[in-house]
Unconditional design. Structure first.
Length: 125
């Protein structure tokens, strides 16, 4: 039994098969017990799940899009509150602003740590 499919290897992604009955299956969250089920599961789920999950870059871009959406919502609510105060609840504006601020601060912290980690990797001899 192979633990990966060579034809699905692309770049830095190596899709691995589930070969241990104690491995958690990504889609169902259930454990598989039998050897044949493991082999079939490894052929179906292991490789394709890795390819569908995307890369670190995709995850970061998705997170940044979410932060951008929070910022845009906050701005839109503020503009609506200024132009038509009765159409927007002030609490909603405050909550949207706090959420946008928090997501931006978390993003800044994560990016700072990524840059710091990259610098440590570069400077390691």
């Amino acid at each position: 039994m192979t633990i990966y499919k060579p034809e699905l290897v692309s770049g830095d992604k190596i899709p691995m098969a589930v070969t241990n009955p104690r491995h958690l299956v990504p889609m169902t969250g259930q454990y598989q017990a039998s050897g044949t089920a493991l082999s079939e599961l490894g052929n179906k789920v292991g490789a394709e799940a890795v390819l569908r999950s995307g890369s670190f870059e995709d995850a970061m871009l998705k997170a940044l899009d979410s932060v951008n959406a929070d910022q845009n919502l906050s701005t839109d609510l503020m503009e609506t509150m200024v132009t038509d105060p009765d159409s927007v609840d002030p609490h909603d504006v405050t909550i949207a602003m706090a959420k946008a601020n928090l997501s931006l601060n978390i993003t800044r912290t994560v990016l700072d740590r990524i840059v710091k980690g990259w610098k440590e990797i570069i400077n390691t001899r």
